[in-house]
Write a protein of this length. Structure first.
Length: 148
């Protein structure tokens, strides 16, 4: 893909009943291969923007495109094309890291990366066959990144 993977311009979100915007005139883009995250204080709009980009929140103003298409033009195939790592990791603590990634991969109909490759990319290759319940917080966050 030649252009940005995510392109947001002038995003504004106001929740029903609120007198002020939760997100006011936010613009950013994410290029192919980039890992992008939101940092900021509580109430800055990080989760709200994530809800817009995952199509959980559809009432907004401004432009939001993913993979060159406006969010409103995507259908259910959208979720086959994106990966998201939320603040709190979603993992099965009784399964190994490898089993976790294999389980989540089954949710997709298309091809996914091999668990071994993803675990190596995030520095967890040596822990692939350990139960996630034994992982430190940092290891869980890296596994969450691999899952995304």
């Amino acid at each position: 893909m030649a252009g940005p993977v995510i392109d947001v311009h002038g995003l504004r979100v106001r929740y029903q009943g609120s007198a002020t915007d939760a997100v006011e005139d936010m613009s950013f883009s994410v290029g192919p291969g980039e890992i992008f995250g939101f940092l900021g204080p509580s109430g800055a709009g990080k989760s709200t923007v994530q809800k817009v980009l995952t199509r959980l929140l559809r009432h907004y103003r401004g432009r939001a495109e993913v993979l060159g298409r406006p969010l409103q033009d995507w259908r259910s195939d959208y979720y086959e094309r994106i990966g998201v790592g939320f603040e709190l990791p979603a993992q099965f603590s009784k399964l190994t890291a490898r089993e976790n990634l294999a389980s989540f991969a089954r949710l997709y109909t298309g091809r996914t990366e091999s668990p071994a490759r993803l675990l190596d990319l995030v520095g967890l290759g040596d822990a692939a066959d350990r139960r996630v319940g034994t992982f430190s917080k940092g290891m869980r966050l890296r596994l969450n990144l691999a899952r995304a």
